[in-house]
Design a protein around this ligand. Structure first.
Ligand code: CO8
Length: 254
């Protein structure tokens, strides 16, 4: 890949957005390459995926120089393409962690919000400043920001384009917490997840994702089925046996 660095360490995938000369601005090539990595990794039985940015930026938005000459149809296609790829990230089978090291603006903030957990570096900046450019969010901000922070706070950010610091992002619920060394914090979190029963970890995410828009009774029925399914796995036998024998579990993901 030219716009991404990728590696897998101890079953944890790390994707680093890598266009440092443009603060990792998201262009068509980056969207395509991100989609390709996610496709390649979805059957790899990864325990977690970390998404971060090279240098002082996570991603400073979609690439303004590329977008500046778009026709309306090209802009719509770019948004739809980005939305499809970001949906793959959102529904990736393993938990995903955005390690936001710097600017997460516009499309960069929208990209981070597709991850299950956002950890923020102390100097990170979040915002949806599209209105400064005479446009609106196009990679899901009008949907995911509203769900994360509520309609009032989301609209205030989107109609003013106000850029916020890490502490406000945490208090609003955009990011979970601030980590002094955000990539190290994300790796520690991923390693903790990786110790758990792999089938159970995936099922937790799958149930949360698939029941998100259902009413509580329908969601509870899906949860009960998935809970039952756990009892058909070696991980459940091993996890409970290990507890009873007062030893660490040795999960196989089966
Ligand atoms: N696109 C392209 N290039 C960028 C972008 C960007 N979003 N952001 C920064 N760059 C480039 C700069 O042009 C500059 O390039 P050069 O060195 O060649 O002049 C380089 O990165 C460094 O940037 P700065 O010199 O500006 O760095 P500063 O530290 O002074 O400022 C900022 C950093 C505040 C982040 C500033 O660069 C900035 O305001 N960037 C734009 C932020 C922005 O408006 N983002 C939203 C973009 S719109 C969007 O994301 C829509 C998403 C939905 C798309 C849906 C499809 C249609």
């Amino acid at each position: 890949y030219e716009t991404l660095l990728t590696e897998i360490v101890d079953s944890v995938g790390i994707i680093t957005l890598h266009r440092p000369s443009a603060l990792n601005a998201i262009n068509t090539q980056m969207v395509e390459e991100l989609g390709a990595v996610l496709d390649a990794w979805k059957d790899e039985a990864l325990k977690a995926v970390i998404l971060t940015g090279e240098g002082k930026s996570f991603a400073a938005g979609a690439d303004i120089s590329q977008m500046s000459t778009f026709t309306a149809t090209q802009a719509q296609q770019f948004a739809l393409h980005g939305q499809r790829v970001l949906r793959k990230l959102e529904h990736f089978p393993a938990p995903t962690i955005a390690a936001v090291n710097g600017f997460a603006l516009g499309g960069g903030c929208e990209l981070a919000m597709c991850c299950d957990i956002i950890l923020s570096g102390p100097k990170a900046k979040f915002g949806q400043p599209e209105v400064n450019l005479g446009v609106i969010p196009g990679f899901g901000g009008t949907q995911r920001l509203v769900r994360r922070v509520g309609r009032q706070a989301a609209l205030e950010l989107m109609v003013t384009g106000r850029v916020i610091r890490a502490d406000e992002a945490v208090s609003l619920g955009i990011a979970l917490r601030i980590e002094e060394d955000v990539l190290a914090g994300a790796k520690t979190l991923a390693a903790l997840i990786a110790q758990k029963g792999p089938v159970a970890v995936r099922l937790v995410k799958e149930v949360v994702d698939t029941t998100d828009r259902l009413d509580t009774d329908a969601g509870l029925a899906v949860e009960a089925s998935a809970f039952g399914l756990c009892f058909a796995t070696d991980d459940q036998t091993e996890g409970m046996q290990a507890f009873l024998e007062k030893r660490a579990a040795n999960f196989t993901g089966q």
